[in-house]
Ligand binder design. Structure first.
Ligand SMILES: O=P(O)(O)OC[C@H]1O[C@H](OP(=O)(O)OP(=O)(O)O)[C@H](O)[C@@H]1O
Ligand SMILES: O=c1cc[nH]c(=O)[nH]1
Ligand SMILES: [Mg+2]
Length: 209
């Protein structure tokens, strides 16, 4: 069963409050999403493998640790996932970036894939899918299928706000994928929006409404 990690760090919760606030404008919304993505990347990389090397400090020779070079890729679900990419890359600049284009049909709420481009060495990489919202879970489940179909084996899913329905959908379809969220909200409304949520993440990031 997928594990669910809720990052309830005070800095993340504080910034999330202003992300949720309807009076927060596009510029500030984008900056805050970027900052929270960096803070979440710090937590999500806690289990990254390290190896010991020997270096010389100005004082002596020391055995010390560096990342062991595990290959990573970040995959935003277009469009809204784009808002989280730079924040993650600040901490993991060597990661490659793939893209999965999905939109949720407003009538059926089903995801429609319109684009997919991943790094060539898919099978050698660990993947972090990023998207601010996990609502019905349709988009996340489809994006994970899309990555697995192309050879990805080790996948994590990271989002800002999740509804219980979305968490359940990933757990039922992809029990091997752990879920990392900043807040677990109450429910979905009749239009499939997360309550209390933050509204439409893509529109708020890109100013399209
Ligand atoms: O869990 P689900 O019910 O599938 O909903 C979540 C999806 O909805 C939003 O994307 P949207 O379809 O609004 O596309 P956009 O990013 O282009 O705005 C969001 O960014 C997720 O990808
Ligand atoms: O609340 C929601 C649900 C899906 N997509 C969004 O952007 N917001
Ligand atoms: Mg949207």
């Amino acid at each position: 069963m997928s594990k669910v990690y809720v990052f309830d760090h005070p800095l993340i919760q504080h910034k999330l409050t202003y992300i949720r606030d309807k009076n927060t404008g596009t510029k500030e919304f984008r900056e805050l999403v970027d900052e929270v993505a960096t803070l979440m990347a710090f937590e999500i990389t806690r289990d990254m493998p390290v190896e010991e090397i020997e270096i010389e400090t100005p004082v002596t020779v020391a055995k010390t640790k560096v990342l062991s070079g595990k290959k990573l890729a970040i995959v935003p679900i277009l469009r809204a996932g784009i808002g989280m990419v730079d924040g993650v890359l600040k901490l993991i600049p060597a990661a490659k970036v793939g893209h999965i284009g999905l939109y949720r049909d407003p009538a059926t709420l089903k995801p429609v894939e319109y684009y997919a481009k991943l790094p060539a060495d898919v099978e050698e990489r660990d993947f972090i899918i990023v998207d601010p919202m996990l609502a019905t879970g349709g988009s996340a489940v489809e994006a994970i299928h899309s990555l697995k179909k192309r050879g990805a084996k080790n996948i994590k899913f990271m989002c800002l706000i999740a509804a219980p329905e979305g968490v359940k959908a990933i757990q039922e379809e992809h029990a091997d994928v752990d879920i990392y969220i900043a807040a677990l909200d109450e429910k979905l409304n009749d239009h499939g929006y997360i309550v209390p949520g933050l509204g439409d993440a893509g529109d708020r990031l890109f100013g399209t409404k």
